[in-house]
Design a binder for this molecule. Structure first.
Ligand SMILES: Cc1ncc(COP(=O)(O)O)c(C=O)c1O
Ligand SMILES: N[C@H](CCC[C@H](N)C(=O)O)C(=O)O
Length: 412
């Protein structure tokens, strides 16, 4: 299998091509390179050769992404009934689908249990005894996996160090008994799962390994014959230009070693790793304003409704000017702000960029993961369009919303 180890940095994208797309489709605009998504999937497959790779759809559940990954042979991990429906529509088969039921609303369980009737190969992961009971109440006795609460987590911030959050999963000590109980009740108990957190870096290897070891000890202690151990996702990508890429090989090797004595298949659920560096967000400067000692404010047409991560997590996204004629402009500290009347509507703070001009196009990196997916309509701002690049062509895969889209569900 070919292996492309290179991280795709924001500077690797061609400025003229991105400017052309901004001119043709307008801004704000998400650009998503589906061929890069496919290569990222291959990189995970190469690191985990015998594992089943289930793409965590929550990172970007656009139909174009899902159907390309289905074509490439990936599986999918879904966080809601809606994601399950979208995954099936995009071409995934029942056997490709893992549905992780985290505090699931009744309607989600109703929908997925109904879908599973015709697709007995679909797997549901429950994170509480109560969820197992609710599945039984609906007559479900199909493939069941249990989510383990490992007690430790890691990630790009405390709020996404999910493994440490007791609301997700069953305490490891209680899992073997619950597996046996579910098996006795007639469920087809197939696996155990845990998720360390999102945005793991090379420094987080030990934390991830601790979670894998917890899973291994649960699998050792159960008398139920498990088919797989699902070690979750969370593999990070470098957001800062100077940050090194995540080295997947040592993580994969340590994971394999920790599970080697067990006769189980390995499942991984990467989201961000497959799509983050395949996407950029294009935006246009519409207001230029001196920011005193802080340099210059560049007001742009994308904001926290377009890309929520900086406002929500204080996340860093690299920003680059796409203008061809910036050599004669002074570099200055630029703070990129959105159009929403919230003081957290800041996409980037104090970046060294050419003195901005009205009309300048800017590109924001690593926008393929948790970008369009977390976009919203706050302040009646329609969500942006998404353009896909595939096999040398570009096409709109999600049209720009309009105010009519926002009001369409309203009744007088
Ligand atoms: C259960 C589960 N699996 C996988 C993922 C994917 O995380 P990431 O995008 O960091 O790989 C998440 C994160 O939301 C998750 O909760
Ligand atoms: N639910 C994920 C976190 C998603 C973080 C993502 N939304 C981001 O933008 O970083 C988890 O449990 O690890």
């Amino acid at each position: 299998m070919t292996r492309d180890p290179a991280v795709r940095r924001l500077d690797d994208w061609g400025a003229p091509e991105l400017r052309d797309l901004a001119n043709e489709y307008g801004t704000p605009l998400y650009v998503l390179d589906l061929d890069r998504v496919a290569r990222n999937f291959e990189r995970v497959q190469a690191a985990f050769p015998n594992a089943a790779v289930h793409y965590a759809a929550k990172a970007n559940a656009g139909r174009a992404v899902l159907s390309r990954l289905a074509t490439e042979g990936a599986g999918v991990e879904c966080a809601s009934a809606g994601e399950v429906e979208r995954a099936l529509e995009a071409g995934f088969a029942g056997e490709d689908v893992l549905y992780t039921a985290v505090n699931p609303p009744a309607a989600d369980l109703d929908t997925v249990v109904a879908l599973a009737r015709d697709r007995p190969e679909l797997t549901i992961t429950a994170g509480a005894r109560d969820t197992v009971d609710r599945l039984a109440e609906r007559g479900y006795d199909g493939r069941l996996c249990l989510r383990v609460h490992p007690g430790t987590g890691a990630g790009h911030g405390e709020s996404v160090a999910t493994g440490g959050d007791a609301s997700f999963g069953v305490p490891a000590a209680d899992v073997p008994a619950l597996l046996e109980d579910a098996s006795d009740r007639g469920f087809d108990v197939v696996g155990v799962h845990a998720h360390t957190g999102s945005g793991l870096s090379n420094e987080d290897r030990e934390s991830h390994l601790a979670v894998v070891e917890t899973l291994a000890s649960v699998a050792e202690r159960t008398t139920v014959d498990l088919e797989f151990v699902d070690v979750g996702g969370g593999f990070g990508v470098p957001y800062r230009p100077e940050e090194p890429p995540l080295d997947l090989d040592p993580i994969a090797e340590a994971t394999r070693e920790a599970l080697a004595h067990l006769d189980v298949d390995l499942v991984v659920e990467p989201g961000r790793y497959l799509v983050a560096d395949a996407g950029v967000l294009l935006t246009t400067v519409n207001t230029v304003k001196p920011a005193g000692e802080q340099g210059t404010f560049a007001g742009v047409d994308a904001g926290m409704t377009t890309l929520l991560r900086p406002a929500l997590y204080d996340a860093f996204h690299h920003v680059r000017s796409l203008e061809p004629d910036t050599a004669d402009r002074e570099e200055t500290a630029v703070t990129v702000v959105g159009p929403v009347c919230e003081s957290t509507d800041v996409l980037a703070e104090g970046r060294r960029l050419p003195e901005p001009d009205r009309g300048d196009r800017l590109a924001i990196g690593n926008a393929g993961a948790y970008g369009i997916e977390m976009a919203n309509q706050y302040t009646s701002r329609p969500r942006p369009a998404v353009v896909a690049l595939e096999h040398g062509e570009d096409r709109i895969v999600r049209r720009r919303e309009t105010t009519e889209d926002i009001t369409a569900m309203e009744e007088p």
